[in-house]
Design a protein around this ligand. Structure first.
Ligand code: ATP
Ligand code: MG
Length: 180
């Protein structure tokens, strides 16, 4: 399994549709300060279901939508699509290629899709949860996060391990079932 393409449209500084193509192995993103490198990482976290505006370096979720520049009007929606190569079947879905999409409208509306079929956030989270790319996003290690892990309480540390082991998915399902 590896990331194949990431398309941003109206996400943060990426007003026009922009597609990044990845190959298996290591990818480095380089560029001047403020050119959008971290925005690319934010887009990855966002399309995989990130719900925390702060994690995305904003004050509210709407801040991910292109806010306009001197020469360009603000946009009404942000869209990100991530295509994952599932040739090895690491994702529990019967497709060799899986595209996850997320759209947010300025009026607050939000949509998710897997291979073009509308779905819930929970479906995206479950699809990714056994890969370690789940809700808590420990696959993305931000500045200062290592420090947080070192200073975590035993309970928080158990959470990291549970997610890495794919246990969180079952805990979430259990919590959901008990709420009904
Ligand atoms: P550094 O090397 O300093 O870490 P970077 O390449 O990581 O820089 P980013 O943080 O990804 O840069 O991009 C910051 C730029 O994105 C800023 O110019 C900011 O104005 C712009 N930006 C962020 N959110 C939006 C938005 N909603 N609409 C328009 N531009 C945005
Ligand atoms: Mg940066």
């Amino acid at each position: 399994m590896y990331l194949k393409t990431l398309t941003l449209r109206g996400f943060k500084s990426f007003a026009s549709a922009t597609t990044l193509q990845f190959e298996p192995g290591v990818t480095c993103v380089v560029g001047p300060n403020g050119s959008g490198k971290s925005n690319v990482v934010d887009a990855l976290a966002w399309v995989m279901g990130e719900q925390g505006a702060k994690t995305l370096r904003g004050g509210k979720m709407e801040d991910v939508i292109f806010a306009g520049t001197a020469g360009r009007a603000p946009l009404g929606r942000a869209e990100v699509s991530l295509t994952i190569d599932n040739g090895d079947g690491a994702l529990p879905i019967d497709f060799a290629e899986v595209t996850i999409s997320r759209t947010l409208f300025r009026n607050g509306g939000s949509e998710y899709a897997i291979n073009g079929s509308p779905c819930r956030l929970l479906d995206v989270q479950e699809l990714l949860s056994d890969t370690g790319m789940g809700r808590q996003m420990h696959v993305i290690v931000g500045q200062g996060q290592l420090d947080a892990i070192l200073r975590a309480t035993p309970e928080e540390r158990r959470g990291f391990i549970e997610e890495a082991a794919g246990v969180l998915k079952h805990r979430r399902r259990k919590e959901k079932a008990l709420r009904k």
